[in-house]
Write a protein that binds this ligand. Structure first.
Ligand code: 0WD
Length: 254
């Protein structure tokens, strides 16, 4: 049984057991979903394989979203192993650590392009492939942050990329809606993950959220996962193009 029994999903962006993608994967699995994971490079393969085994999930290979051939390969492998796709989780972002500190105005063209490619365009790139596998409709979910909407210290070029990602959610939702494919984003509150550790003064941001969010605390990957189930299951069947905050309410005060 479960809200997601019979649904097949590809999860991209598990780096370790603190990843937001891992929280979403656990919640989907608990509701009966069948999962496949990608990993980025050999070092992460060693971390992802045992996690996948815990959820009886397939591992469909290495995917670096800057290399389109690896995107094609993991979608071919997903089709082979799952026989189609009902949902997709995109939890991928990257920017040069040196530019997640100091001033946005100092962003280089090179890192701007790289940040946009990995953190924004990659969602569209995977949506193109996933559309072909979602023959009976589906649900695509990406992760964003409040720094897309408002200035946040040190978030810089990533905030600009997340703003573009949120806009792309709306354009993708319009394009894919006629095929009953829904496209949404969760705007998660700050969580101490590998990616977050690259952001300057991150501990201070966590503390600030704890003191100022209406719920007076930060959020966990499991809580983001539970919200993810709403979007990925039929509970969210009439919801598309949405950016949903799972942030203990911080966005109403910050
Ligand atoms: O506070 C936070 N942690 C928040 C994260 C608040 C709100 C949103 N997010 C977003 C992030 O921006 C990202 O889009 O959630 C998503 C997942 O991030 P995470 O769970 O915080 O971080 P992490 O566990 O590090 O997973 C991100 C992964 C990468 O890990 P590392 O740390 O090795 O860069 O994204 C993947 C990689 O596995 N990734 C890539 N995958 C394929 N190709 C690439 C790439 N080129 N670059 C990074």
């Amino acid at each position: 049984g479960g809200l997601m029994s019979g649904k097949r999903g590809l999860v991209m962006g598990v780096a370790n057991n603190r990843s937001i993608a891992w929280g979403i994967a656990k919640a989907a699995h608990a509701q009966g979903a069948k999962l496949a994971f990608t990993y980025q490079g050999e070092p992460l393969k060693k971390r992802v394989e045992p996690l996948a085994a815990e959820l009886d999930a397939a591992v469909v290979g290495h995917c670096d979203v800057t290399d389109p051939a690896t995107i094609d390969a993991v979608f071919e492998e997903t089709q082979r192993q799952l026989g189609g796709l009902d949902f997709l989780v995109h939890a991928i972002a990257f920017s040069d650590k040196n530019e997640l500190d100091g001033r946005y105005v100092d962003t280089t063209a090179d890192n701007f392009s790289k940040t946009m490619l990995i953190s924004c365009y990659s969602f569209t790139a995977v949506a193109q492939r996933a559309e072909k596998l979602m023959t009976e409709g589906g649900s695509m979910l990406t992760l964003t942050y409040y720094g897309a909407e408002k200035w946040m210290p040190h978030y810089n070029v990533m905030g600009v990329a997340k703003a573009a990602l949120e806009a792309s959610v709306r354009y993708l939702a319009a394009d894919l809606g006629p095929k009953n494919i829904r496209v949404n984003a969760i705007s998660a509150g700050p969580i101490k993950t590998l990616a977050a550790s690259g952001i300057g003064d991150f501990r201070y941001i966590l503390k600030w959220n704890e003191l100022n969010a209406p719920l007076r605390r930060t959020v966990t990957v499991d809580e983001v996962g539970d919200a993810g189930v709403y979007f990925l299951s039929d509970l969210g069947r009439a919801v598309t193009g949405e950016v949903h905050h799972v942030d203990a309410g911080y966005h109403i005060v910050g």
